[in-house]
Design a protein around this ligand. Sequence first.
Ligand code: FES
Length: 104
Amino acid sequence: MSDKLVFICKTSDLEPGTVKRVEIGDSGVAVYNIEGTYYVTDDRCTHGLSSLSEGELMGDEIECSMHFGAFHVPTGKPTLAPCSIALKTYRVETKGEDVFAEMD
Ligand code: FES
């Protein structure tokens, strides 16, 4: 296992189709369960200060609750204005019931 892998949550913490914020150090990431696959991105919207985990997960896109821009969760690519800067994504590894992300 890589030294950079950080425990994020238990698989049972997140129902399919949901997202939640997890505090890592002094910042937060958003962890998503999309049809049983887990993804981790920065929680802060690249357009402003909003927390994406408070937005709405629609399929594999997260809609920001502040100005309703959106991102493709698996790639972090912006899919709807006013979001134009890609969201940072993290490689995820699931080991048994534990979800880890490779952090910088
Ligand atoms: S802060 Fe997210 S769309 Fe503006």
